[in-house]
Design a protein around this ligand. Sequence first.
Ligand code: PMP
Ligand code: GLN
Length: 386
Amino acid sequence: MNPIYAEMPTTIFEAMSALARELGAINLGQGFPDARGPESVIEAAVTALREGSNQYPPMPGLPELRRAVADHYRRHQDIDLDWTSEVTITSGATEALAAAILALVRPGDEVLLIQPMYDAYLPLVLRAGGVPRFARLAPPDWRIDAAMLDAAFTPATRLVILNNPVNPSASLFDAASLALLAERAVAHDAVVISDEVWEHLVFDGRRHLPIMALPGMRDRTVKIGSAGKIFSLTGWKVGWMCASPALSRVLAKAHQFLTFTTPPNLQAAAAHGLALPDDYFHEMRAGYARSRDRLAAGLADAGYRVLPSAGTYFLSVDLPGSGIAADDVTFAEIAVREAGVATIPVSAFYAEDAVRGVVRLCFAKQDETIDAGIARMAIARGLFES
Ligand code: PMP
Ligand code: GLN
């Protein structure tokens, strides 16, 4: 047995969702919407299932989806991609991350990870024989700075894994922070795997900045996206990797031995969705921003200090700032078992020197779920009153 997996706990997302199901708790832990999703995208999948092919699609993805990904990024992010040689469709961003890490990390390569980090990154890097080096972000700003990056980059740094917008901190890296990172990636001749699954979930008029567009980054970035997040259909597991032809050729070699292909009907529906008019994206964002504000206001009324959320499906509460002395894991355990609300302790996103006073909550829910979650969080707060 491989000790990397044998000794690993079940992911916090699954653990918390399983507890929520078992206890009948309101689940504001794992990030998934409880609404149905855009009808026209679901209909496009139904039509493709009935009328399209149900056999293996081409290994790099359906041409219509690869073209749609390139067109989408040209329209929304001013990036020019050649769909024939720079876009590979995967079974979710999770597979894209695995393919990219397995394809690009050689044993002994140093890989820079920015904590808090999404749970899949470190196990994949270790399994590929990479040597992790960590930068550490902390609340309330979760900012990168030059000194932190200079301490983490070494002559052996071959790869950086960036997540922007950031899960779980719900923060965005601004242009200056991305430039700091890009300059160092160029200087060290490192590739950046840029996990941008939350690219459309940015609020209050903000604009997502793809690091691939920065000077020197075009041919050293693997940009990863996910239809699950863009269309509020997290179970679909349709993702993609965009990279220069030279990188894409290697990425596709890893993809072909992981899943080889992705269900063609869901690919066809994602292609339909990516071409939806701008209104869809504006309304989707506005709807989630309203949900964010509803949860934030309710939690503030219940006595919590809520940290700002600039993007994603998440916001966080600061436990010490809310007058709660317990650490995040203790709080989350008691909240789910005794108050009936599941949350995610943010320390789960750190491998070392964890931030232990922050829990993450998902606001991608119907108003009734949010209101019930707030009521349960108010009960949880009462349990910690001294
Ligand atoms: N990366 C990040 C940062 C995520 O938050 C998620 C899922 N929430 C994923 C990757 C996985 O995406 P997918 O479901 O498309 O595999
Ligand atoms: N990305 C989701 C979250 O952060 C979880 C995805 C998963 O469970 N693997 O909640």
